[in-house]
Design a protein around this ligand. Sequence first.
Ligand code: SF4
Length: 334
Amino acid sequence: MFEQFIKKYNLPKYRRVQLYTQYYKNLISSWDNLSTWPLQLREALKKEIPFSNLTFVSSTQTKEKDSIKVLFKTPKNNYIESVLIRERDRNTVCVSCMSGCPVRCIFCASGQMGLQESLTSYQIVDQVLYFARYLKESNERVSNIVYMGMGEPLLNLESVSRSIIDITDIDKFGISKRRVTLSTSGYVQQLRSFMDMRLGVKLAISLHSPNQKLRDFLMPTVSKENSLIDLFEVLDQYTKEKNKRVTYEYVLLRGINDSIEHAKELATLLKNRLALVNLINYNENECLPFKKSKNTPLFKRILEERGITCTIRKSLGEDIKGACGQLSGTHQDC
Ligand code: SF4
């Protein structure tokens, strides 16, 4: 987008530097604020490139003001949601890469929408910049970015990888690669392509089940064609090549995947693997029949007793439906 414009107008290098500095680092709020460019050039930019590729629709805050969920509309009139999670030591932006999701995991609100639209890299970056501008008002910064909103990142890999390159480019947004996490439900072939790209960001796997049968039930679309055996083959290669730990997301659903046996089975599956388990308390949703587990501390203890590093993800944004598996576009009914 910007490169084409720069080429079209045959702009010298310093104009690109000015544009990127103002847009990605100084976080201007409209093209009118691009004061380092002459008026005529700014007007041409205004005509040819929208300042944002998403339209703000509404925002909701938690009572504690520690999470903000924003609903955006795309030019194709689809809705997406993004969340800012504010903690003492970090401000994490959770971005969507699709409107809806084709993977249709049965416990996930985004999955119930099916795929509406895959986002462009600009639309993904727009979500980050929106919150960066918001935080700038209180002299704060975006410190972490997670691809854990609506959509399966590996099924929109071209846009997702492009957006990662843009947000980690030191001449652009410049966030450290170590502070970016891509979360996938486990598409094996695409995971290999992602690894080959060597983007340097962290990897999280939405596991949610310690065995194939249960995964087939909870995540049928991905599980059918991407067995746990194949998935772990590629993940073992990943940890061996990169010596990097993989985070396993495990949402605890009462009576479904949260028993003592499930915990033991998970510990066996991850034994001798470089792994961190992130236990997630399910946020109940009136559209779905699942309930929050009462076994979270016990589940954690069983894993830890067996040497598995484990954290319970702080449940943020429950009252705004901004937590895992609950991004669905608030305009929609069940
Ligand atoms: S859990 Fe992730 S992959 Fe599964 S339907 Fe929801 S957004 Fe898609």
